[in-house]
Design a protein around this ligand. Sequence first.
Ligand code: NAP
Ligand code: FE
Length: 361
Amino acid sequence: MLNYYMPTRIMWGREIVKESGHHMKGLGQKALIVTGRNSSKINGSLEDVLQTLSKNDIEYKIYDQILENPSIENVEEGAAYYLDADFVIGIGGGSPIDAAKAIAVLIKNKGLSAKEAFWSGVQRQAIPVVAIPTTAGTGTETTPYAILTDHIDQTKKNFSQLVFPVFAFFDVRYFMTMPLETRIYTGVDALTHLVESYLTTNSNPLNSYFSEEGLRLWGQCRNLLNQVIMDEATMEKLMEASMLAGIAIAQTGTSLPHGMGYALTYFEHIVHGKANGILLKPYMAKCKDVAKVKRILELIDFESLDSLGNYLLEVLGSTKIQKEAIVQYAKAMMSNSLKLKNHPDVVTEDDLIQIYSEYLL
Ligand code: NAP
Ligand code: FE
């Protein structure tokens, strides 16, 4: 069965934001800019947005306090900052863009707490969201998801609403300032999206098409991923791979590595891309569809799963955690029915322990 929906208008090119004024104007008169503390001020993206808004007489406020892995409290504060906004512009990596989506729901549903707005089982509307990504990446600019940190449940979780950005503007200049570690972690996150989408129960010919093309492009970037210099042409390929990964997971969701990685980020403070990346090879080794796994390796140009595992270990660096913690996380994951059902084979707690253990023990 095919079921495909991706309503985000993708616009790509140098200085594209400066040409987007009429699009922004079509969304309203008042914009809330949602971004992190520093990077958008350094890479030129915030300045381009401010110029465009000013030129088009759009009022704005800037909420620049989004932290990595944004919490429920963080997005509640962001929404309260400009409750009258007509639309939200998220600038940055996955954290500010996810936060922008959550804030857009809170502004549309004024008076509701985040818990009521996101997790009461009702599909809520949002005011329009514009996404300007600067990492490659989470692909959030082409997904309807927003991952928030819940300190009460002590985990990260999707906000259970479907908010695709109306526009996604890509300008390679904004990505060139990524520190090497950020480029590696976010680039590996994109790889895990491509692989998880391809191998999930929900996979179909369309998302597989996007995953295969994304994997092929990713394979062309991988030798430069951990080099100090990445040229613009390669960065654009990585951006495209990440965007295609977003389109793919928008259709299928993610699977075991993402579900298992959230505990590593919440409790062990391992960055999102590294948390998934370190689980990727042992997860792929558990997948029974060996033909698909082989196809992935061909597309990203690795001879074997072991060579992929060695590569990931080299670029991500090794981290060790306690055996007791692994057992705890595996137990908790056994109750994450949403992610478990995305995996085509039956998984036991021992399987999960093995996946966690290969590189982390
Ligand atoms: P991030 O948390 O948005 O940003 C990480 C760091 O990189 C921040 O310090 C940020 O600085 C900096 N940074 C971002 N762009 C930069 C640039 N161009 N130059 C220099 N520094 C830059 O990282 P992310 O990996 O992109 O996002 C991770 C979040 O996305 C996680 O919460 C994850 O769960 C979520 N995610 C969402 C989806 C989805 O579909 N919604 C999919 C996968 C992951 P500033 O703080 O100063 O901006
Ligand atoms: Fe991810």
